[in-house]
Design a protein around this ligand. Structure first.
Ligand SMILES: NC(=O)c1ccc[n+]([C@@H]2O[C@H](COP(=O)([O-])OP(=O)(O)OC[C@H]3O[C@@H](n4cnc5c(N)ncnc54)[C@H](OP(=O)(O)O)[C@@H]3O)[C@@H](O)[C@H]2O)c1
Length: 172
């Protein structure tokens, strides 16, 4: 099998909020553009609630939706019933060497321990919300890139950050 990177892709507020009422609490078009550029051509894994929040399978990507519901149907997407099956499903796309976990909170929580990379958009403001990005131990990650940006319209600052898992820790 070709080695494949497993990456989380998320946007989070300063207070770790990623969602409210099954929607994004902000409109940040540069983040959506980055999402598209990074994921195009690659498998994307998401929870059932995130799939419903997006409302459709995204074109040009293999969408994999995780749910416990046996009869669940998601047009244009593969439906699986465990994270392990979702990860196996990705290997059917042999052209891609990266799989993206695109949320939401429940799926980030369960996959974060086995991910190699996290692409995080850090929004430099607090938002109200009911879905949070999981806490993680920064000692296990190296920040390999940080691009700082600001929206012209409202001055909102956001950073595109990449964290790679440290591979030099061994078993602790
Ligand atoms: N800012 C961001 O980057 C970002 C990205 C994505 C989503 N979001 C936001 O996050 C929120 C949604 O997150 P969420 O945590 O509520 O939901 P979610 O993670 O999208 O989906 C949760 C659902 O996934 C299924 N599931 C979870 N673990 C499973 C497992 N091990 N095996 C089988 N099925 C499993 C269950 O579906 P069933 O109930 O059908 O069994 C569960 O209810 C929304 O507000 C959304 O807008 C934000």
């Amino acid at each position: 099998m070709i080695p494949r990177r497993l990456s989380i892709l998320a946007a989070m507020a300063r207070n770790r909020v990623i969602g409210k009422d099954n929607a994004l609490p902000w409109r940040l078009s540069p983040d959506l553009k980055r999402f598209k550029a990074l994921t195009m051509g690659h498998p994307i894994i998401m929870g059932r609630k995130t799939f419903e929040s997006i409302g459709r399978a995204l074109p040009g990507r293999t969408s994999i939706v995780v749910t416990h519901q046996s009869g669940y149907e998601a047009e244009g997407a593969a439906v699986v019933h465990s994270i392990a099956t979702a990860l196996r499903e990705c290997y059917k796309n042999t052209d891609s060497t990266e799989t993206f976990i695109i949320g939401g909170a429940e799926i980030f929580q369960q996959t974060q321990p086995v991910c190699d990379r996290m692409y995080i958009t850090e929004i430099q403001a607090d938002y109200e919300g009911d879905a949070l990005f999981p806490e993680f131990d920064h000692a296990e990650w190296i920040e390999t890139s940080r691009e700082k940006h600001r929206m012209e319209e409202d001055g909102l600052e956001y950073h595109f950050v990449v964290f790679d898992r440290r591979t030099d820790l061994g078993s602790r």
